[in-house]
Design a protein around this ligand. Structure first.
Ligand SMILES: [Zn+2]
Length: 449
């Protein structure tokens, strides 16, 4: 792999140019900005690679960029996304979110970690392979969607309509990188999600707050309803919520036990004195990876600006996400939430369904997982940490689990300080080049595994 590595070193400047061009387009799916332009940019990059590529329409959603290159007995599917989270609040960025900047050996830009960096470095790794090692030893297929950050609403239908494109031997997931101790991380599953917005309505318009004597306040109504969802001890109170949660297997627990304990570094990094309920070690990991959540992500009503304004709001809104453990179903959680609010006397509170995804799990012992772990160690000179699942979510169920495809994260440039979804999202330059080397070694290992 020496020539492969040398090629990467020799082409750093152009590789960064290509990444920066992609980062400059604000492809925010939630705001419907820059989507078509970015899809075209990605497709053009695949064309320059020599891949055969298609822009696949998703009936009103963002197009999927599909590309395939190479031949061999195995096919590796690489799943990435070209959309990003909104950059707001813009004032918390130290440099413009959509003008990439290098400071202290890090690249700052919205989407550099999640997920344009990983997308670009994987393409560039394939280029480096072709330029230095000849033909690929396997077939690589890329599925790059543009709605991951809004729960991939078009992807299940895409997977149904294009099942023949997804018959592969393994899938490399979009995420990947190193943990707080800089050890490479490999994860083999994802939580599901159900995202909702709750809306309480009062008078037809905002009133003088003296009317609070006689006019209902939707802000109070919403907070009372929210208080019925979760107890102070953390338990979600929606009846049936935990019924389908699959407990971790013996193999899962064994994997958890081999994950190094970094509780103290994490606590210092987050700036909190302890985790919920004082959880530590394996118990913290078990709670984090194998239990579902109910999280108020945003809460807004009335006046929240500077100084005082005596107003009786006409509306209150809360955004809530439920992270789902295997084998929970998003549609079931949505129904349970409606039934619960009705039973508690909140039938007037509207639920807007903002999307759901199934949880997914993959075999910890598949050829793909073994190849990813081996190639990580070959790249970083230290063993990878194997996580049975991620705490995050993605469309792993329709792309992989429904078809029985093994899946793993890896060959990514994330690190503990990437601040994904937050202001000042960044990756370290050194990690970008190392992840590219990891990608090359993963191709090599998976082809011969
Ligand atoms: Zn994301």
């Amino acid at each position: 792999m020496e020539q492969f590595d040398t090629y990467i070193d020799a082409h750093q400047e152009r590789f960064l140019d290509e990444l920066f061009t992609l980062l400059r387009v604000p492809s925010v799916a939630a705001q419907k900005r820059g989507i078509a332009e970015t899809a075209t940019l990605v497709q053009q990059r695949f064309e320059r690679l020599g891949a055969s590529t298609r822009l696949i329409d998703t009936k009103g959603g963002s197009p999927v960029v599909y590309a395939t290159i190479g031949n061999g007995p195995r096919t590796l599917l690489i799943y990435d996304h070209y959309d990003v989270q909104p950059a707001e609040p813009l004032e918390l960025w130290d440099s413009s979110a959509f003008e990439p900047a290098i400071r202290d050996g890090k690249i700052y830009a919205r989407g550099v970690a999640d997920n344009k960096g990983n997308l670009m470095l994987r393409i560039q790794a394939v280029e480096a392979w072709l330029a230095t090692l000849g033909g690929l030893p396997l077939r690589v297929a890329f599925v790059v969607e543009g709605e991951e950050e809004i729960s991939s609403p078009s992807l299940p239908a895409f997977c149904r309509d294009n099942a023949e494109l997804l018959r592969v031997d393994g899938c490399l997931w979009e995420t990947g990188g190193r943990n707080i101790d800089d050890r490479p991380v490999v994860s083999c599953g994802a939580k599901g999600i159900q995202y909702v917005e709750l809306v309480a309505r009062g008078a037809a318009y905002d009133l003088h707050s003296s009317n609070a004597t006689i006019v209902p306040n939707p802000a109070w109504r919403l907070t009372w309803a929210l208080a019925t969802l979760k107890a102070p001890d953390g338990r979600v109170l929606i009846p049936g919520f935990y019924d389908h949660v699959r407990p971790p297997s013996a193999a899962d627990m064994q994997a958890l036990e081999s994950i190094p304990d970094n509780d103290d570094e994490l606590l210092a990094n987050y700036g909190i004195p302890q985790f919920l309920d004082g959880l530590r070690g394996v118990e913290r990991l078990r709670r984090h990876l194998f239990t579902p959540t109910c999280t108020i992500c945003g809460l807004v009503s009335g006046y929240t600006g500077e100084g005082s304004k005596t107003v009786l709001p006409s509306e209150a809104r809360a955004k809530i996400d439920f992270r789902l453990a295997p084998d929970m179903e998003p549609a079931t959680v949505l129904r349970q939430l409606r039934d619960h609010l009705d039973a508690q006397g909140y039938a007037d509170i509207a639920i807007i369904d903002l999307g759901g995804e199934h949880p997914a799990r993959s075999d910890l012992n598949s050829a793909l997982v073994r190849a990813t772990v081996t190639s990580a160690e070959a790249t970083y000179g230290m063993p990878a940490i194997l996580y049975p699942t991620m705490a995050g979510t993605g469309p792993m169920y329709p792309l992989c689990q429904a078809l029985g495809t093994p899946v793993t994260s890896g060959a990514g440039c994330g690190y503990h300080g990437t601040q994904v979804h937050a202001p000042n999202e960044n990756v370290r330059l050194a990690d970008y080049w190392l992840a590219m080397r990891w990608m090359g070694r993963l191709i090599q290992e998976f082809a011969r595994a």
